[in-house]
Ligand binder design. Structure first.
Ligand code: PLP
Ligand SMILES: N[C@@H](CCOP(=O)(O)O)C(=O)O
Length: 526
């Protein structure tokens, strides 16, 4: 079936791969002009979307969603994705539409979202790089989001109108110059601040995808009365915010007294139905799986592979922010273990589709008090043993029975990865050291930085290696841990880098004395 191109029918039948001049022209235009997607496909199914560089003028009566609707292509979308069993045996034909409500394969294993890679490969790496780059820094719906700017690789078939987005992603890749030089002798250390985000953690990246799909299912009159999750605090915050924005009920299961106040208040404020349950995260996870099997509540944890499609865009973004150069190392704190696989998948897609020629080595960092993956790695990947996780300041990764263990092991084996762990003292010191150089990180990022300290000291990571530490949540969600540390109020912890406030009388002389002793000289009076 032939279909029309909205703005430029004359170029619609060209495939940029076959037409270097067109490709060159489109590239230079895309660099400078806003982009609207229009689409074409012919009966031989050998053509694909063409970007036009012509954006019609903004109509004052339109909002950005209206504008996207008005400019929507009438062409056939050549891209698609489906659920398949994770790491399926060769020859497996089991698959499910993304419009089905399914979290497990027939054999009870994990699922994965599989994209039609042949369709994506009809475009070369340069095309995808240019397309993604052209969408950054714009407010065009839905591409203003760092996730949806990669829509063709995420949920290619969803209608833009169904998308629920807070323009998440595009988070800061911070050059940790002083921290790297002062504490590690490194000059190319970076922190990907995924926590500087709508609800303060990387969960927004996955949740925009999941809640958008739920929005679509509800419009299709599928029986979804609400969306539910078990959480250590960040998944619940993201779920409740995105659901509230779309007017969808959310239900969150939280382990009582095991998450920070800031995290607890997020779903409460966003109108979620909050259950505080007398168990740990693993207990909540077991319950939500049982409940979602009984009631038409859609499961929002990363067991649901849709989430990882959004989270993988953080990896693509890192490459993009380095102008498509590949860092040597990427360090990710791990709990339920979806994110480490999401990063691997993002990097791998970029390699397979020709945007980059290799992938980085990844390190998964765990708290020593919740380290089932670390123990598994140290055993040479022999038997995996779930555990009961102990209390940790890195409370969002206090998880003993991670649902994505198979995904994590797969990813780490494929990228020659490493697993490290951090004691409570190590992670808190690392957090304080990072903060002392101008960051304000969460304890989980402290776990990742500890892994970096250890691998540098062992000589595994070299001083000149380009290294990215993934910061997963905003430090403002975990202020109590910082207060405890800087008050020297943590039993059996030296709190070596604490910086408690000095009590001083409201008296000029007293203040001068304190300042002179701080400055170590009489510079104030001379
Ligand atoms: C702040 C933070 N960091 C890291 C993680 C670990 O991510 P994952 O569960 O995907 O391993 C989580 C959640 O588990 C989290 O909330
Ligand atoms: N840290 C997570 C734990 C659940 O992880 P998920 O990615 O499987 O939802 C949280 O914040 O709840």
């Amino acid at each position: 079936m032939a279909s029309s191109c909205l703005f430029n029918a004359s170029v619609s039948s060209l495939n940029p791969k076959q037409d270097p001049i067109r490709r060159h022209r489109s590239t230079s235009l895309l660099r400078h002009r806003p982009v609207i997607v229009s689409c074409t496909a012919d009966g031989n199914n050998n053509k694909a979307p063409i970007e036009t560089a012509v954006k019609p003028p903004h109509r004052t009566e339109d909002n950005i969603r209206d504008e996207a609707r008005r400019n929507r292509s009438t062409g056939v979308n050549p891209f698609s994705a489906k659920y398949v069993p994770f790491n399926a045996a060769p020859g497996s034909t089991e698959s499910y539409s993304l419009d089905e409500i399914v979290y497990r394969s027939r054999s009870g294993g994990l699922l994965d979202v599989e994209h039609d890679m042949e369709a994506l490969k009809r475009f070369d790496g340069a095309y995808w790089r240019d397309l993604f780059d052209s969408r950054v820094g714009k407010s065009t719906w839905p591409y203003g989001s760092g996730v949806w700017s990669k829509k063709e690789w995420v949920l290619p078939e969803i209608d833009d109108d169904d998308i629920v987005s807070a323009f998440e992603g595009n988070s800061n890749l911070f050059w940790a110059e002083r921290f790297g030089k002062q504490f590690l002798g490194m000059n190319d250390l970076w922190v990907k601040h995924c926590g500087i985000s709508h609800t303060g953690s990387f969960k927004d990246l996955g949740m925009t995808v999941l809640v958008s799909q739920v929005n679509r299912l509800r419009k299709m009159k599928r029986p979804v009365v609400g969306v539910g999750c078990a959480s250590t605090g960040d998944t619940s915050a993201a779920l409740s915010a995105y659901c509230a924005s779309a007017g969808i009920p959310s239900i969150v299961f939280l382990p009582a007294n095991k998450i920070s106040m800031a995290q607890l208040v997020q779903p409460i404020a966003n109108g979620a139905f909050v259950l505080s349950i007398d168990t740990d995260f693993d207990g909540c996870m077991k319950l939500i799986r049982e409940i979602t099997a009984e009631l038409p509540i859609y499961l929002a944890n990363s067991l649901n592979s849709l989430r990882l499609e959004g989270q993988k865009t953080a990896a693509i973004e890192i490459l993009q922010q380095f102008d498509w150069q590949v860092p040597d190392w990427v360090i990710v704190p791990g709990g339920n273990l979806g994110n480490i696989y999401a990063f691997y998948k993002g990097f791998k897609m970029c390699q397979e589709l020709g945007l980059v020629d290799r992938i980085p080595r990844m390190v998964c960092a765990q708290a020593a008090n919740a380290n089932p993956l670390y123990l598994h790695y140290k055993s040479g990947w022999k038997d995996f043993k779930p555990m009961t996780a102990s209390t940790t300041f890195a409370s969002a990764i206090q998880i003993g029975d991670p649902v994505s263990i198979d995904r994590a092991v797969y990813a780490l084996k494929k990228c020659n990865g490493i697993v490290e762990e951090a004691t409570e003292e190590e992670l808190m010191d690392a957090m304080a050291q990072a903060d002392s150089t101008g960051m304000f990180i969460c304890p989980h990022t402290g776990v990742a930085l500890t892994a970096l300290f250890k691998l540098r000291n062992q000589g595994v990571i070299a001083p000149t290696d380009r290294t990215v530490v993934v910061s997963t949540a905003h430090g403002l969600k975990f202020t109590q841990s910082k207060i405890d540390y800087h008050s020297n109020a943590i039993p059996d912890m030296a709190c070596r880098f604490s910086n408690p406030p000095v009590d001083v009388k409201a008296d000029f002389g007293a203040v001068m004395d304190v300042l002179k002793s701080y400055l170590g000289s009489n510079t104030l009076t001379s």
